[in-house]
Design a protein around this ligand. Structure first.
Ligand code: ATP
Ligand code: MG
Length: 57
């Protein structure tokens, strides 16, 4: 995932999916990556997905 930050900065965007059982630490990992991205002069944007049944696109 660290290399994905550098790839994005050099114009090669990609999608990284982080999936696991609940509570394993996904959000925390991404928060740490955000801090690293800022140090590398990159900006992290946050959005949240609706988790309910019949979630809109
Ligand atoms: N490496 C770690 N060391 C100590 N505590 C951690 C670590 N990673 C995560 N935690 C703690 O474990 C809890 C769950 O972490 P987190 O919310 O990141 O999990 P998650 O995978 O995003 O959960 P969910 O699937 O519910 O979204 C939080 O209280 C977080 O602070
Ligand atoms: Mg989470």
């Amino acid at each position: 995932m660290l290399s994905a930050i550098d790839d994005a900065k050099s114009g090669r965007g990609l999608l990284v999916m982080l999936a696991s059982e609940p509570g394993i630490g996904k959000t925390r990992i991404v928060q740490k990556l955000g801090a690293i991205a800022e140090k590398r002069d990159a900006q992290m944007l946050w959005r949240r997905c609706y988790e309910g049944e019949g979630a809109p696109p």
